[in-house]
Design a protein around this ligand. Structure first.
Ligand code: NDP
Length: 411
């Protein structure tokens, strides 16, 4: 399989930096969306906010639309779109308000859009990301679920659509930064032995299994290093986030499961590493602030001011590393297993995980029930080869149904 991300053709050949880029931010009200707007507002001469999208957060969208005056605003929910339209009309704002999944995909593929920040959370991000890929956009991919669910189809769409894919997840962005600019078809041809994804270990890095069984949503939402949306914060606490990232790295860098290792690094200063065949290990370091990878994606191949403070290594003093504990963090093992199983297994893993995280946040299941539920549904589901987005939508819906039945029987 060809991967445009690691192709040797020059990236961004069609976008001169002197021209103002029209940016569509999918998931504008989320933590990545807001940080993207923060970086963009530091460079008004380079970026124009063309479209903003959200699910139903009208209040936040009203203020974002007033501040950034996008041409389009899209809400997933119709009622939210009506409320946003009324509020913007009352202040004579010219933003056109649309709603629904179709509108999200149309905006992602809109002819006037140069760059798409794909920062919707969860499986909902897949369709707009596919639309951006098919339309040949420069895609800043934060929504890792797109690659977990539909890696083969998405990478093919990127290739066929002539899109440029830039990873925003800090680990993959770090790997992208320390890989050779001249890409080959696989890691070995680039002299790369393996990639090392760093993981903070989350809030329960040192907790006992007994303590982890009693964890509350409030404790799990308290990440030691990163400020993120609730879903990815819970995923970080279970280390499912790292598991999803292993699958993401597989598709982005054409790396097999045994070429991807996870290293627990509690300070979150090294964002990931690449080990070359001569023994050299290259790392990207920085403060844990998503504005760095966002600015890298927006400015690539140039560097942009991001507003992130300088890394003070003397103050940090030491960097620690340890191996991940698969027995206390079974979600990480489940993700490796799903990657090795291939086909629709990662899509099932992702769907059940989304239901499990919601159920945990609603206090319907315990923290350590999350991997039990995922494993139970995965082992009883049939795994098929991935054929189409429509098939994946069915697989996703079926996995959610099975997860809800599990919940009924166990919650
Ligand atoms: P948030 O929960 O903070 O924001 C999610 C955004 O998606 C909001 O704008 C939300 O709108 C919108 N949204 C939610 N559901 C839907 C839906 N069904 N259809 C359309 N839009 C929807 O998430 P994050 O910003 O933390 O994460 C976004 C993505 O980036 C995730 O895939 C995450 O894994 C990834 N990521 C995040 C990082 C981080 O530091 N936060 C780091 C690396 C990757 P509304 O506000 O209206 O609900």
């Amino acid at each position: 399989m060809d991967h445009t991300l690691i192709d040797s053709k020059p990236v961004m050949s069609n976008l001169a930096f002197e021209t103002v880029q029209n940016v569509a931010i999918l998931g504008a009200t989320g933590t990545i969306g807001i940080q993207t707007l923060d970086v963009i507002s530091q460079h008004p001469e380079r970026f124009n906010v063309f479209a903003l999208t959200a699910n139903n957060n009208v209040k936040s969208m009203i203020s974002l639309c007033q501040q950034y005056t996008p041409k389009y605003a899209v809400m997933l929910q119709e009622q939210a779109a009506l409320a946003l339209h009324a509020a913007l009309k009352a202040v004579n704002a010219s933003t056109i308000v649309l709603h629904g999944e179709q509108a999200l995909a149309e905006i992602a593929g809109h002819i006037e859009v140069d760059t798409v920040m794909a920062a919707i959370v969860g499986a909902a991000g897949l369709h707009p990301a596919m639309a951006a890929a098919r339309s040949g956009k420069r895609i800043l991919l934060a929504n890792k679920e797109t690659l977990v669910m539909a890696g083969s189809l998405f990478m093919r769409a990127v290739e066929e659509g002539g899109a440029t894919l830039l990873p925003i997840d800090s680990e993959h962005n770090a790997i992208f930064q320390v890989m050779p600019r001249q890409r080959a078809k696989n890691l070995v041809d680039m002299g790369i032995k393996r990639v090392l994804l760093t993981a903070s270990g989350g809030p329960f890095r040192n907790a006992s299994l007994d303590d982890m069984r009693a964890v509350t949503p409030e404790q799990a939402l308290n990440h030691p290093n990163w400020v993120m949306g609730p879903k990815i914060t819970i995923d970080s606490a279970t280390m499912m986030n790292k598991g999803l990232e292993v699958i993401e790295a597989h598709w982005l860098f054409n790396a097999s499961a045994d070429q991807i290792d996870v290293v627990v690094h509690p300070q979150s200063v090294i964002h990931s590493m690449v080990e070359y065949s001569d023994g050299s290990v290259l790392a990207q370091l920085g403060n844990p602030d998503m504005r760095t990878p966002i600015a890298y994606g927006l400015g690539f191949p140039n560097r942009l001011e991001s507003g992130v403070s300088s890394l003070d290594l003397i103050k940090i003093g030491r960097l620690d590393f340890s191996a991940p504990d698969f027995s206390r963090f079974p979600c990480l093992r489940l993700a490796y297993d799903a990657l090795k199983a291939g086909g629709t297994a990662p899509a099932i893993l992702n769907a059940v995980n989304e239901i499990a995280v919601e159920a945990f946040l609603a206090e319907r299941i315990g923290f350590m029930d999350i991997p039990i539920m995922i494993e139970s549904v995965l082992t009883t589901s049939g795994i098929e080869d991935v054929a189409s987005i429509a098939q994946l939508a069915e697989v996703d819906a079926e996995a959610r149904r099975a997860a809800n039945i599990w919940l009924k029987n166990h919650a």
